[in-house]
Design a protein around this ligand. Structure first.
Ligand SMILES: C[S@@+](CC[C@H](N)C(=O)[O-])C[C@H]1O[C@@H](n2cnc3c(N)ncnc32)[C@H](O)[C@@H]1O
Length: 261
């Protein structure tokens, strides 16, 4: 089965859920809020739609999903008050892969709508929230249909494993890691870069067809400078490899025991 059908962040609201383990991503969204403010202000200097159609790509599940929506509503509301205009109706499209736990988000919507009503009162128009399951590496919406695209902490997800094209021998360059690590040779960096460039080009092409003329896009993602330090990901990758080796060793030990007895 294709990975885009299988992959998802941990669902629900439990201890190990994404909803309860996404503080780092939340901090980045808070840090980048001024970019959203500048973009929406610029957008409103040319255009004020009666229905503002916004798509959040790679929305996942949990408080961050709703934070994007309330941030955008707040910023548009403030902008409209400053321009002495009626706020628009909002239509939000929450996009993520097919396996994403959209249901947990849907269940939190009655409370969310209630809070919006209390906070915004009569000034607030209407807000409609929909899900758009699918991959942002392909088309998601009709031509000229979206006013604002937003995506945070998601675009580094590639459409496929960049090392797939490598021969078995070359694959061992990366010593079994499922991620770039500080010891990865340049060929591995090149493969990841090439895959990202291909994916991002197709992403931009798709969005350019879906965006209305004068529309806007805010993309937030974590970057890395050229100093190859050992990252948290590398440590996770090392732990996963060790666990896998342990499972394999136990399996072989059991086979040997069964063979001897
Ligand atoms: C780290 S989460 C970020 C969630 C949220 N935007 C935030 O900032 O907390 C990345 C999300 O991107 C989604 N994702 C990855 N590849 C995707 C794709 N090709 N199309 C749509 N969503 C994708 C994942 O399923 C995951 O929910």
């Amino acid at each position: 089965m294709e990975s885009k059908l299988l992959l998802h962040m941990n669902s629900g609201k439990g201890e190990r859920s994404y909803a309860n383990n996404s503080m780092l991503q939340r901090k980045l969204m808070i840090k980048g809020k001024h970019i959203l403010e500048e973009t929406i202000t610029r957008f409103y200097s040319n255009y004020s739609p009666s229905c503002m159609k916004v798509a959040d790509l790679g929305c996942s599940v949990g408080p961050n999903t709703l934070l994007v929506i309330s941030n955008i509503i707040d910023i548009v509301d403030t902008t409209c008050t400053r321009l002495n205009q009626e706020p628009p109706t909002f239509q939000f499209y929450l996009n993520d892969l097919f396996g994403n736990d959209f249901n947990t988000t849907f269940k939190s919507l009655p409370d969310f709508y209630k809070r919006l009503d209390e906070d915004k009162g009569h000034k607030f128009g209407s807000c409609f929230i929909n899900a758009t399951p699918g991959s942002f590496h392909g088309r998601l919406f009709p031509n000229n249909s979206i006013n604002l695209f937003h995506s945070a902490n998601s675009l580094h997800w590639l459409s496929q494993d960049p090392l797939l094209e490598f021969t078995k021998e070359a694959e061992s360059f990366n010593k079994g890691h499922c991620h770039i690590v500080s010891t990865s040779p340049p060929a591995v960096y090149q493969a990841y870069l090439k895959q990202f460039q291909q994916d991002f080009k197709f992403f931009l092409k798709s969005r350019s067809e879906e965006l209305v003329p004068g529309g806007a896009m805010v993309l937030l993602f974590l970057g890395k400078n050229k100093t190859h330090r050992r990252t948290g990901w590398e440590i996770i990758s090392l732990v996963l490899n060790d666990m896998l080796l342990e499972v394999n060793n136990n399996f072989f030990n059991q086979l040997i025991t069964i063979g001897v007895s």
